[in-house]
Design a protein around this ligand. Structure first.
Ligand code: NAD
Length: 284
C-alpha cells in the first residue's frame, strides 16, 4: 500500500499543473504551491477548463469533475504543504532552485513523507544531497501532457530506500499511470535513449543524408513512430534538446553525446521549435 492520501505539488506550471490534476482526479487531496500568484491562478483556470472539456467529451461525469475540483487547493505559501504525505516538485529545471526547495521541504516534512522530483535531467542524487534524508528522495518523472501520457519513470538516487520506491510505484499506479523503475544516471533511460537519436537526426540532416521531412518520414514509417525525431525536437524545444545532450556529455563523461553543431546553430538563431513558431519546421 502507498499509504498516501495527501499530495503536495511544488510548481504549478505545465508539469506541476498536470500532475496535480491527475492526482485530484484519482482521488487524492491535492495542494498545489507556486511562488507566483499568477502561475497558481493560471493553473486553477486550466484545471477548470480541462475538467469541463473532459465532461463534455464524456470522459467523466460532472459530479466527478466537481469532486476533483473540490480536492484541489492552490496556495502561494509553502507552509500549507505541511499535511502532505508526498511532495512532488516540478519547479524550473535549475539545480540551485531545486536544492533550495528540497532543503525547505526536508525541514518542514519531518516524518516519513516522500520527497519526489519531476526533473528530466538533474541528478536525483545531487538533489537528495540538499537534504539530511536522501533515503526518501526519489525521481518521479512524468511526461507531457501528464493527463495523457501513461509513463512515470521512477528513478532511484544513490541512497533511495526500497520502501520509498515501492510506495511511489504504487502511488503512480493509483494515479492511473504505468510506473517503470530506473537508476540515477544522466538522462535516466528516457532521455539517454531518445536524445541521442534526435541528435543523430540533426547530423543526418547536416550531412545531407536526407531532407528533414524525409528523415522524419523514414523513421515514422520504418520504425512505426507516431512522429519523426525532428518534429519531436520541435515539440520538445531545440534548446531543451541541446541542454539535455550537454547534460549527457557531462554526466556520462563522454563527448559522443555533444549536441550536433546544426542543433546548436538553430538554437542561437532563436529557432527553438513550436514555442517560437519555427525550429526544424515552421509551425506558426
Ligand atoms: P514551467 O516553467 O511550466 O513551470 C515551472 C513553475 O515553477 C512556474 O510556475 C514557476 O513559477 C514555478 N517556480 C519556480 N520557482 C519556484 C519555487 N522556488 N517554488 C515554487 N514554484 C516555483 O516548467 P515545466 O515545463 O512544468 O517543468 C517543471 C519541471 O518538470 C522541470 O524540472 C522540467 O525539467 C520537468 N519536466 C518537464 C517536462 C516538459 O515536457 N515540460 C517533461 C518532464 C519533466
Amino acid at each position: 500500500m502507498h499509504n498516501i492520501t495527501n499530495v503536495g505539488v511544488i510548481g504549478s506550471g505545465q508539469m506541476g499543473g498536470g500532475i496535480a490534476q491527475v492526482a485530484a482526479v484519482a482521488g487524492f487531496t491535492t495542494t498545489v504551491f507556486d511562488t507566483s500568484a499568477g502561475a497558481v491562478a493560471k493553473c486553477q483556470a486550466t484545471h477548470a477548463k480541462l475538467l469541463a472539456r473532459a465532461v463534455e467529451k464524456e470522459r467523466m461525469t460532472a459530479a466527478e469533475a466537481d469532486a476533483a475540483k473540490a480536492r484541489l487547493t492552490y496556495v502561494t505559501d509553502m507552509d500549507q504543504l505541511a499535511g502532505s504525505d508526498i511532495a512532488i516538485e516540478a519547479v524550473v529545471e535549475d539545480a540551485s532552485v531545486k536544492a533550495k526547495v528540497f532543503s525547505a521541504l526536508d525541514a518542514m516534512l519531518t516524518g516519513n513523507q516522500i520527497l519526489a522530483t519531476n526533473t528530466s535531467s538533474i541528478s536525483i542524487t545531487e538533489i537528495a544531497a540538499a537534504t539530511k534524508t536522501p533515503e526518501r528522495v526519489i525521481g518521479m518523472h512524468f511526461f507531457y501532457p501528464v493527463p495523457v501520457m501513461k509513463l512515470v519513470e521512477v528513478i532511484n538516487g544513490l541512497a533511495t530506500d526500497k520502501q520509498v520506491t515501492d510506495r511511489v510505484i504504487n502511488l503512480a499506479e493509483a494515479m492511473g499511470k504505468t510506473a517503470v523503475p530506473a537508476n540515477d544516471r544522466a538522462g535516466f533511460v528516457s532521455n539517454r535513449v531518445l536524445m541521442p537519436m534526435i541528435n543523430e537526426a540533426f547530423y543526418a540532416w547536416m550531412e545531407g543524408v536526407a531532407q528533414p521531412e524525409h528523415i522524419d518520414a523514414i523513421m515514422k514509417l520504418g520504425c512505426n513512430f507516431p512522429m519523426g525525431p525532428l518534429r519531436l525536437a520541435d515539440f520538445i524545444g531545440l534548446d531543451t534538446c541541446a541542454h539535455i545532450m550537454d547534460v549527457l556529455a557531462e554526466g556520462l563523461c563522454n563527448d559522443r553525446y555533444r549536441p550536433c553543431p546544426l542543433l546548436r546553430q538553430l538554437v542561437v538563431a532563436g529557432r527553438l521549435g513550436d514555442k517560437t513558431g519555427h525550429g526544424v519546421f515552421k509551425t506558426a
